[in-house]
Design a protein around this ligand. Structure first.
Ligand code: PBG
Length: 324
């Protein structure tokens, strides 16, 4: 054959392939989610997330030092709240001496350079396991926003660099930005979970924090996975209200959304490779059906290629090792 163009020329060997590779992962891309528990010396493996742990603060600090030494610059904190502190107001969420607040302080003291992001939603603190306050069987918006504002300010007081509202209430980004301004936290940013879908892929996370909803589901606040346009609307509104970074969540089943969001925004886009996505790879690898290392790198590269500037992933450490 006499061909005008031969595409295989650029695939001929690893050196050529690396020269023309468009998407390269670096540890700077990763946000490492951390589950923090009460006590000391605690390191509990999450049954539905093999290889991932809920650590007490002392072990969390060790973990943060290790992440930092591997080049990972950001952690996203989640707290497991004990049952006796849970109620329908979620008030433990803004306890100045709560586990979250103490963890933020301790992590910033131990590794000052680490960018500390904190999850903002009431579910770990809610006796109903919902992200907001429940009244007559409904998750009420405006009162919940007041609670999220208090929670965000208390995280800022403890030293958080970014608060990350994951609750999907209306108007919360604007209210949180205003409160941060009023309290002089002009350097604290907001990473908004803007396009967060009501997804079955959060199941293992709810095991990790014992935060599954006690009744119903989250479909009156999280988005319907049938929808695309709504993701753009939510994201643009969050940016207008003051979001510094926007997020699409989950990631692998929502690559189209990541790309569409990336095409229309002028802020960094993050994607959350969620607990169920982690569990799927782990399970298939355990069965010998997938090569775990290859599945990790291919998945994360695809998420970045789709348009994610940042990826929150339980594979942050594994991936940093693999690309290191
Ligand atoms: C809390 C929150 C959830 C996740 C992050 N923040 C669970 C939920 O909305 O039910 C899920 C993360 C994961 O599955 O890895 N609002």
């Amino acid at each position: 054959m006499i061909l005008q163009r031969r595409n295989r020329i650029l695939r001929a060997n690893p050196a050529i392939r690396s020269l023309v590779a468009e998407t390269l992962l670096t540890p700077n891309d990763f946000i490492a989610p951390l589950f923090i528990d009460e006590g000391t010396g605690v390191r509990t493996e999450i049954s539905s997330m093999p290889g991932y742990y809920r650590n007490s603060l002392d072990n969390t600090i060790k973990e943060v030092r290790e992440l930092w030494s591997m080049g990972i610059k950001s952690v996203l904190l989640f707290i497991k709240c004990s049952d006796d502190l849970k109620d329908n107001t979620g008030k433990e969420a803004w306890n100045a001496n709560g586990l979250m607040q103490n963890s933020i302080k301790a992590i910033k003291d131990a590794v000052p350079g680490m960018v500390v992001m904190t999850d903002v939603a009431l579910d770990p603190y809610s006796s109903y396991g919902h992200d907001g306050i429940v009244k007559d069987g409904e998750i009420v918006n405006d009162e919940t926003v007041e609670a999220l504002v208090k929670m965000s300010v208390s995280h800022a007081e403890a030293g958080a660099d970014f608060v990350a509202p994951s609750d999907m209430m209306d108007g919360r980004i604007g209210a949180i930005r205003a409160a941060l301004e009023e309290n002089n936290f002009t350097k604290v940013g907001i990473m908004a979970y803007s396009a967060k879908y009501a997804s079955c892929f959060y199941g293992p996370f709810r095991d990790a924090l014992d935060s599954a909803p006690g009744f119903g589901d989250k479909k009156t606040y999280q988005m319907d996975y049938a929808n695309r346009t709504e993701a753009i609307k939510e994201t643009l509104m969050d940016i207008e209200e003051g979001a510094d970074i926007v997020m699409v969540k989950p990631a692998m089943a929502y690559l189209d959304i990541i790309r569409e969001v990336k095409n229309v925004v002028d802020v960094p886009v993050s994607a959350y490779h969620v607990s169920g996505e982690y569990a799927m790879i782990k399970a298939a690898a355990k069965m010998g059906w997938l090569n775990e290392e290859k599945a990790i790198i291919e998945s994360l590269t695809s998420i970045k290629r789709a348009g994610a500037d940042l990826i929150a992933t339980y594979f942050a450490k594994d991936a940093a090792k693999l690309i290191g």
